[in-house]
Ligand binder design. Structure first.
Ligand code: RFL
Ligand code: PHB
Length: 447
């Protein structure tokens, strides 16, 4: 077999059963496998793409404190601690002026860290493969086609379509869940006690939730982002979110020598319509400051360019029988609030703790509470992402009245501690769960 990079490696036994079958080796699936391993729970991750693809997909960059803490707890924090850029806040630009939002002051000492999702995925893959070299806990090029046997009281492999009911206790299913997948040209089956769908917004797990039980709430936005990666030092110390009459722009970064920038563009935009100079000129125009007309971005060669549509969606419940869904498989947010990866990590931290509690005590309470607990936090993040998106972007049908409302809201954030606190607390991240004593991430490292 190969490790997905094309490099030949020692043949490994392809597992036929495991405790937790994980669909998808993005950040959610990989993190879950690490956390389960620390609790002594076996798992197998099936990832449809090859390793090189999984490690290079350009995505998130902003990590909440809780996300950083969870990555450290599972042993994947060393490089992030060395190379991540810790930020105390963000800058809002609007009406030609700039406003710093200070997180430690407003949000109880919290900070955020800039460290790319690509690097998190690389760290998790190498850690997992190095510690599990004698088995096959993570298969690249393994595409799951269907999930069976997850329903409460299912009698056969297609039981998930036979019995449709309310969320059931973890111990009530009678058939064994199975993942049916193709790998190296052969159709295979992985039997599991539980299945976790971490297969992103286009995966198969969500469609295994019966339609009589599950409902998806969604919203599309009438604009997209053109995202570019440039070999140019960042032009600022913090991320800049800019509202301008020409549309939204965001300045982020990946390292002291690489900038990540985004421009609002119409849906259906062809990235080829944006040659380098046009991108830089438009970014300069959207970030322009009245108080400092000479302020310009540092320019450098653009090394990647893509257009991303913006969507919000939530599927409820996040669990049916022995199937749990997590991360983008369960919910999508527009990236303006930087919540997608952070929500995925929070889902997994709560779910991994629930599996550990079930293993230690046999009590299904925490597994049963997973969907309800997470959906409360997910909807809060959905609202925040919607708020950031609609406050900062210009709709195609936007009236001057709408623009005045946006500017009034931004002025309020700049002048009221209460309004700035609301933004800072949501951006820097809320506790994993509601309630006293449940909020803080456990800072203890795993032994
Ligand atoms: P992923 O990352 O989509 O991984 C899913 C994995 O499942 C595999 N898969 C399958 N495997 C086997 N069989 C099948 N049938 C399969 N179907 C799919 C896929 O190949 C893939 O490897 O989901 P996950 O793990 O839930 O992670 C979610 C995050 O990737 C996502 O929420 C973030 O990237 C969102 N996001 C951001 N989130 C933040 O918290 N902070 C940010 O700063 C931030 N910036 C962003 C973002 C997303 C962006 N895009 C591209 C939408 C910036 C952008 C531009
Ligand atoms: C990123 O660095 O890619 C990034 C940061 C903040 C966002 C979205 C994307 O809101």
């Amino acid at each position: 077999m190969t490790d997905g990079t094309g490099t030949a490696s020692a043949p490994v036994r392809i597992p036929e059963e495991t405790t937790v079958g994980i669909i998808g080796g993005g950040p959610a699936g990989l993190l879950l496998a690490r956390l389960l391993h620390h609790s002594g729970i076996g798992s197998v991750v099936l990832e449809s793409r090859d390793r090189a693809y999984a490690e290079q997909r350009q995505r998130a960059g902003m990590l909440e404190q809780t996300t950083v803490d969870v990555l450290r707890r599972c042993g994947a924090g060393a490089r992030m601690d060395r190379e991540g850029l810790v930020h105390d806040g963000i800058e809002l630009r609007f009406g030609g002026r700039s406003q710093h939002i200070d997180f430690p002051t407003l949000a109880d000492g919290r900070r955020v860290t800039i460290y790319a999702q690509t690097e998190i995925v690389k760290d998790l893959i190498s850690l997992h493969l190095s510690q599990m070299s004698d088995s096959a806990p993570l298969l690249f090029g393994a595409e799951v086609h269907s999930v069976t046997g997850i329903a409460p009281g299912a009698a056969g492999e297609d039981g998930d379509t036979q019995s449709e009911g309310e969320e059931a206790g973890a111990g009530t299913a009678s058939a064994r869940p199975a993942l049916h997948y193709s790998y190296e040209g052969r159709e295979r089956t992985l039997l599991c006690d539980f299945v976790v769908g971490c297969d992103g917004s286009h995966g198969v797990s969500r469609s295994a939730l019966p339609t009589s039980v599950a409902h998806t709430y969604e919203r599309d936005y009438p604009y997209s982002w053109l995202g570019v990666l440039a070999d140019a030092p960042p032009s600022c110390e913090e991320l800049i979110y800019a509202h301008s009459p020409r549309g939204f722009a965001l300045h982020s970064m990946r390292s002291p020598t690489v900038s990540r920038l985004y421009l609002q563009v119409p849906n259906g935009t062809d990235p080829e319509a944006w040659p380098e100079e046009r991108v830089w000129d438009e970014l300069d125009a959207r970030f322009a400051l009245e108080s400092d007309p000479d302020w310009k971005l540092h320019r450098g060669p653009i090394t990647s360019k893509s257009v991303l549509p913006m969507r919000s969606s939530v599927t409820e419940p996040m669990r049916y029988g022995r199937l749990f869904v997590a991360g983008d498989a369960a919910h999508i947010v527009p990236p303006t609030g930087a919540k997608g990866l952070n929500l995925a990590v929070a889902d997994i931290a709560v779910l991994a703790d629930a599996f550990a509690s079930f293993r230690a005590t046999g009590d299904t309470g925490a597994l049963d509470a997973y969907s309800g607990n997470r959906l409360r936090r997910v909807w809060r993040a959905e609202h925040f992402s919607y708020f950031m998106t609609t406050t900062l972007h210009t709709s195609p049908d936007q009236s001057p009245f709408d623009t005045r409302l946006q500017l009034a809201q931004l002025e309020r954030i700049a002048s009221s501690r209460a309004a700035a606190t609301e933004l800072a607390e949501n951006y820097a991240g809320l506790a994993l769960l509601d309630g006293p004593g449940e909020g803080a991430t456990d800072p203890r490292p795993f032994s």
